[in-house]
Design a protein around this ligand. Structure first.
Ligand code: SAH
Length: 389
């Protein structure tokens, strides 16, 4: 084999890349991916402020602490499990994914091998026959606790206790097993109902010195190593003081606000999803943080009301979904006029749009720090510091 073909081989480190299509930057080396991401941020955001070089990972593989394997029966009657081929509902049979936690993949492959013995068939979305839709595995990066969730299409899970015993015997690191029932015709993985088969029904992880509960459906950043860097960057940009009044908007399970509360006077977290708010309240108690409260509301409505009431905030953290923020939120933010805004964004395009509004309305962008949360994919996370002009 020539040196040239060898080099090519090194550049495609994943045997599923062609079939799967999930990692858009698979044909680049990691340093090339980082340069590509920094360049993209400069192109989209450079007009607001100097963009720092992206903070990459030392070891950019197997970083996902949440793995959702879909199960399917092939035409020839073989059970496959793994990821959907990009843009389809065909499952690519994956034994080990470059981005996923290794142990989580071992567990799903083992479950695949157990199914015939327990006479369990994957669910078929068209005929609605069969049972097993997905297996979700979540791992606490620093605690090592592992949760396995079987997602079935109906409540009849044959031999659920025996399969749980077999699983826990093989992988003693598994601390909880949950059965979730999802009877709906939907691309959502989880249904509303769950039954705990083993353990506590949740796992815990620590981030920035705080402990967080992760339930089957909790939102929790999927790359714990980089999340810590992301949150620490956001908190250091905020330059908090013991008297600072802080709003953590789009707070999810309260992670940023809880980590920030120890450096601040008081924090209010705002989140639309009721389950996330419950987790946030629990997480605050779990960490004995008393200067934080959570409100279940649309972040824009909350800000509008706060502006109307003439309330004050020194620092606003905002971490909206990919679609970015909205006019209601941004214009109320301008009325509320906090000295400091720290915008955490997972989409530089909507970030650029929102920064254009804020910089026209009294704010100046001081720092932009991209952080690589999703190596091999084209996703980019940025922390931006704005202060009043
Ligand atoms: N800051 C958290 C979560 C970020 S994800 C973390 O780092 O883990 C974005 C969050 O915004 C989600 O939890 C989502 O439920 C919430 N969200 C989406 N639209 C919202 C809205 N209009 N008002 C308040 N929260 C919203």
């Amino acid at each position: 084999m020539s040196a040239k073909t060898n080099a090519k081989k090194e550049q495609a480190p994943c045997p599923y890349a062609k079939k799967c299509g999930g990692c858009q930057l698979m044909n680049m080396t990691y340093p090339e991916q980082l340069s590509w991401k920094t360049a993209r941020c400069i192109r989209l955001l450079g007009r607001f402020c100097r963009v720092e070089e992206i903070t990459g990972m030392q070891n950019p593989v197997h970083y996902r602490n949440k793995v959702q394997a879909a199960f399917q029966l092939t035409r020839s009657g073989k059970i496959v499990s793994g990821v959907y081929q990009s843009g389809t509902h065909n499952v690519v049979n994956v034994n080990s994914c470059l981005t996923e936690d290794k142990k989580a993949d071992e567990i799903t492959v083992y479950i695949r091998s157990l199914l015939p013995r327990f006479k369990i068939l994957p669910y078929n979305e068209d005929s609605r026959a069969g049972f097993l839709r997905h297996v979700l595995v979540r791992r606490g990066f620093s605690t090592g606790e592992i949760m396995v969730v079987f997602v079935g299409a109906n409540p009849r899970f044959p031999m659920k206790n025996r399969i749980t015993d077999a699983l826990v015997e093989k992988f003693p690191e598994i601390t909880t097993v949950v059965f979730n029932i999802n009877p709906h015709k939907t691309s959502m993985v989880l249904g509303e109902r769950s039954e705990v088969l083993y353990g506590r029904g949740y796992i815990e992880d620590t981030l920035c010195g705080c402990t967080f509960r992760i339930s089957p459906s909790s939102f929790y950043q999927i790359n714990p190593v980089q999340t810590e860097i992301l949150y620490n960057t956001a908190i250091s940009f905020a330059n908090l003081g013991k008297d600072s009044t802080v709003i953590d908007a789009y707070c999810g399970t309260g992670t940023i606000g809880i980590a920030a509360a120890r450096h601040a006077g008081s924090v209010t977290g705002v989140e639309l999803n009721g389950d996330a708010v419950k987790d946030a309240v629990f997480n605050a108690k779990r960490n004995k943080i008393e200067n934080i409260a959570f409100v279940k509301a649309d972040a824009g409505e909350f800000m509008l009301e706060a502006a109307r009431q003439g309330e004050k905030a020194d620092v606003v953290f905002m971490d909206p979904p990919r679609a970015g923020s909205d006019k209601k939120f941004l214009s109320s933010l301008v009325t509320l006029a906090p000295q400091t805004v720290v915008y955490i964004s997972c989409n530089p395009e909507t970030l650029a749009r929102d920064l254009a509004f804020l910089t026209k309305n009294g704010y100046k962008v001081r720092k932009i720090q991209p952080v690589d949360m999703f190596p091999f994919t084209n996703h980019i996370e940025c922390v931006t510091l704005l202060t009043r002009k």
